[in-house]
Design a protein around this ligand. Structure first.
Ligand SMILES: *[C@@H]1O[C@H](CO)[C@@H](O)[C@H](O)[C@H]1NC(C)=O
Ligand SMILES: *[C@@H]1O[C@H](CO)[C@@H](O)[C@H](O)[C@H]1NC(C)=O
Ligand SMILES: *[C@@H]1O[C@H](CO)[C@@H](O)[C@H](O)[C@H]1NC(C)=O
Ligand SMILES: *[C@@H]1O[C@H](CO)[C@@H](O)[C@H](O)[C@H]1NC(C)=O
Ligand SMILES: *[C@@H]1O[C@H](CO)[C@@H](O)[C@H](O)[C@H]1NC(C)=O
Ligand SMILES: *[C@@H]1O[C@H](CO)[C@@H](O)[C@H](O)[C@H]1NC(C)=O
Ligand SMILES: *[C@@H]1O[C@H](CO)[C@@H](O)[C@H](O)[C@H]1NC(C)=O
Ligand SMILES: *[C@@H]1O[C@H](CO)[C@@H](O)[C@H](O)[C@H]1NC(C)=O
Ligand SMILES: *[C@@H]1O[C@H](CO)[C@@H](O)[C@H](O)[C@H]1NC(C)=O
Ligand SMILES: *[C@@H]1O[C@H](CO)[C@@H](O)[C@H](O)[C@H]1NC(C)=O
Ligand SMILES: [Cu+2]
Length: 672
């Protein structure tokens, strides 16, 4: 069973801004909501607002239409008539202002960058948007010039189609599995899924895989805004191409003129990731062949391929929505000659800061604003694999590994042009950036809406509250018979056909399901976790040597976490607490656990459910580096809206178990 690392702080009750459970039983999509201004209004005012229907359909007039800059053609945000748009190139921090409510200062109240988006009642009400996606397998993808025949993609495109919504919308996404050889399940990375755990898309935890020919309909509200990605959570499918961008339009913490959209940076594997995985389980490091940016790249072996290209307008400020969708590579991103302003991390708006390069861990996202303030011309965009956090084909120069002195291939993966008709290759020089494999310094990442943690966990954490990351040997044939990565006390090995969501009443879990239990009575305050990746916790490999400590980008589902401390040294129970920061710590959903070091995080236990937490290096996740955070188990079903909310889940499971009975899946990994 799991270790417990929780503490309750009654004094923080007033800060527990997450929605309470009352009224939740009616289901996540029909809870009557009040729109109010999170900035100026008091609780008393909220109750006085007239009740409006939860969602308006696009046809029901009258409405306020907002056309986000550079959204897809015809795309519009639609809100109730009382709101009017206040989002202009000179006021990107504002989203909607209320034409009916005037505060005591005579100003309109508004929904803006300071609105607490964790407070459901403060979130604007948009419309329902419906999308259809198809999963295709064994598709030939030629992203970097090499014809990869084991491609798995959405709608025959790589990356998948853009899914777009506005802050407060409800998304309804029908995913049809057209891949005959396997199941699938789609995860909406970083979406909090407040009271909609059944929509999180994790096979073995929140659903069964979608069988060939079947469709699962995902429904959830876009309570956050910014950009992220969606990807398969079925084993290694996303590393074979099953990933796409997701943009939720909302305010920004800095002004800009032009939105250039998502930039999905991925390392790219030529043969199937399912085949490449054999390298990982043989105890070596699974490697990639090249880097692709929005599906464009070069095969280093042959030099074939293309560059990701985008155009700047001189004098304008451009938004780039960076996503690290890699299987195993951390990148240092930069644009020659241009610095940029970082305004958002992982769907959390932050106080803007200027940088010339940016460290992006797997699964992490950054929104940046770049001003076209240089001499018009052509400039390289660079995605430099971080030292110690990359592995490419060993037959390349430098044995395929980027380090401080050796580069196996060019890191110039994109071109920024001031004149779209130019075809010249840039001759620009790089900034002198650091290639260290680290998160952005956390002093830089200050959320606009802070979490204040005025509670020191020192008296609450004891030795059994550590989740140590290490590699362990399990010779059981049932679990592959190879060295697994694990988070204490066990490695993850999920049961596709019997997910946690259909076992919510269990006192114990029989399968090797690694759980971190958050006790049912923890409702306010914060839960703390300290995760270590130090060499001393490594178990011996079969040949007796200790596994090397490496950096792991850890991803939490269903919640944001704040980073209290992130160090590359061994955790010391006496002195390490001095490194903890409780004042507006960075908040995100992917946190790097430094090699040989530790990371201390905290989260709010305000979303009942079983939430996966795992390393986002695809190879490590497959080899067991994950656990489930089981939060307030006895309230989960009620928070979803009762057992009727699981009708679709059960139907998809029946179909999966029928399919699997005929085409048994040979499970050789954790399942995620
Ligand atoms: C994906 O493909 C399906 C079937 O061709 C189509 O109906 C749907 O509109 C496509 N979805 C997107 C988001 O393009
Ligand atoms: C032991 O195995 C690991 C993983 O396969 C390998 O990296 C290491 O070099 C081996 N050590 C010896 C002494 O054989
Ligand atoms: C993606 O994350 C991985 C792992 O943290 C990292 O090695 C890689 O450099 C990141 N890629 C980018 C483009 O930042
Ligand atoms: C960013 O670039 C501008 C224009 O080149 C320059 O004035 C400014 O000092 C730079 N800021 C930083 C932090 O590098
Ligand atoms: C970089 O890699 C090359 C080739 O593997 C190796 O010879 C060199 O020693 C490495 N340099 C550093 C600083 O690790
Ligand atoms: C690296 O880029 C330069 C242009 O900057 C080009 O001449 C060279 O061929 C590239 N090398 C490879 C291996 O693509
Ligand atoms: C939950 O408990 C039942 C009854 O003991 C057991 O059959 C089932 O396997 C358990 N579920 C999981 C996921 O372990
Ligand atoms: C390996 O995993 C199996 C299945 O979870 C478990 O029963 C067994 O005890 C494990 N063996 C070791 C040596 O950890
Ligand atoms: C650890 O972090 C310190 C301070 O950030 C840095 O100077 C040092 O190089 C790091 N050490 C390693 C082994 O990464
Ligand atoms: C299907 O999934 C299973 C389980 O993850 C895996 O072992 C197998 O290789 C997959 N099959 C294909 C054709 O990708
Ligand atoms: Cu890892």
């Amino acid at each position: 069973m799991g270790f417990l690392k929780s503490c309750l702080d009654a004094l923080l009750q007033v800060l527990a801004l997450g929605p309470q459970l009352n009224g939740v039983g009616s289901g996540a999509f029909d809870d009557p909501q009040l729109v109010f201004n999170g900035k100026h209004q008091t609780g008393k005012d909220i109750a006085q607002k007239p009740l409006e229907p939860a969602f308006i359909s696009p046809s029901s007039p009258p409405t306020t239409i907002l056309e986000p800059e550079n959204a897809s053609p015809g795309f519009k945000c639609v809100y109730p008539k009382r709101w009017k748009s206040c989002n202009t190139p000179g006021s990107r921090d504002c989203w909607l202002s209320d034409t009916e409510s005037v505060d005591e200062l005579g100003a309109y109240s508004q929904i803006d960058i300071t609105t607490d988006y964790e407070n459901v009642e403060a979130t604007p009400r948009g419309i329902t948007r419906e999308y259809w996606l198809e999963v295709n397998g064994d598709v030939t993808v030629t992203a970097d010039g090499f014809p990869k025949t084991s491609g798995k993609v959405f709608n025959h495109t790589f990356p998948g189609p853009l899914i777009e919504a506005c802050w407060g919308d409800e998304l309804v996404i029908h995913v049809k599995n057209n891949y005959a050889a396997n199941g699938t399940a789609i995860h909406w990375h970083g979406i909090r899924q407040l009271h909609t755990m059944q929509m999180d898309g994790v096979n073995g935890v929140t659903q069964c895989p979608i069988a060939f020919g079947d469709t699962f309909t995902y429904k959830f509200r876009a309570l956050q805004y910014g950009h992220t990605w969606y990807h398969s959570h079925y084993s290694l499918q996303y590393a074979d191409g099953l990933a796409g961008p997701l943009v939720i339009h909302g305010p920004s913490s800095s002004n800009w003129d032009i939105d250039l959209g998502p930039v999905l940076i991925q390392d790219y594997v030529h043969n199937s990731a399912f085949v490449r995985y054999d390298v990982e389980i043989a105890g070596r490091i699974a490697y990639a062949d090249s880097i692709v940016v929005n599906g464009a790249g070069h095969d280093p072996a042959t030099g074939t391929g293309s560059y990701f290209t985008t155009t700047f307008t001189k004098g304008k400020k451009h938004v780039l929505r960076l996503v690290n969708g890699s299987a195993g590579t951390q990148y240092v991103f930069s644009i020659d000659g241009h610095n940029f302003t970082v305004i958002e991390t992982d769907l959390v708006p932050i106080q803007p800061y200027t940088a010339t390069s940016l460290n992006i861990g797997i699964g992490q996202r950054y929104m940046i604003v770049v001003e076209a303030d240089q001499e018009p011309g052509d400039y390289w965009m660079r995605t430099h694999p971080a030292t110690g956090c990359n592995a490419f084909t060993p037959t390349l120069p430098c044995k395929g590994t980027f380090n401080a002195t050796c580069e196996p291939f060019n890191v110039t993966t994109g071109i920024i042009r001031y004149d779209a008709s130019s075809t010249a290759l840039p001759t620009s020089e790089p900034w002198p950036y650091s290639r260290t494999c680290a998160d952005e310094p956390y002093e830089s990442l200050k959320p606009i809406v802070p979490w204040v943690i005025d509670h020191h966990p020192i008296n609450e954490i004891s030795e059994n509250r550590f989740a140590a990351v290490h590699q362990t040997v399990n010779s059981s044939a049932a679990t592959g018979g190879y060295a697994h990565w694990e988070l204490t006390p066990d490695f993850l090995w999920l049961d596709f056909g019997n997910p946690t969501i259909l076992n919510l009443d269990n006192a114990t879990y029989e399968r090797n399901s690694n759980f971190h239990i958050v006790a049912d009575d923890f409702r306010e305050g914060y839960v703390f976790m300290i995760l270590e990746a130090s060499a001393k916790t490594s178990l011996p490999l079969p040949n007796g040597t200790l596994a090397l400590a490496v950096t792991h980008p850890l991803h939490w589902h269903g919640m944001d976490v704040v980073v209290l401390s992130q160090q590359n040294t061994t955790f010391d129970p006496v002195t390490s607490y001095q490194t903890f920061n409780f004042v507006n710590p960075p908040r995100r959903d992917v946190v790097l656990l430094p090699a040989g070091g530790y990371v201390a995080i905290a989260f709010k236990p305000d979303n009942p459910g079983a939430w996966l937490m795992h390393c986002h290096i695809a190879w490590h996740a497959s080899a067991g580096l994950g656990l489930q955070v089981l939060e307030r188990q006895d309230e989960v079903l009620r928070s979803l809206g009762g057992s009727k909310a699981l009708a679709e889940t059960k139907r998809v499971c029946r179909n999966w178990n029928r399919y699997n009975g005929v085409h048994p899946v040979d499970q050789d990994d954790s399942g995620i």
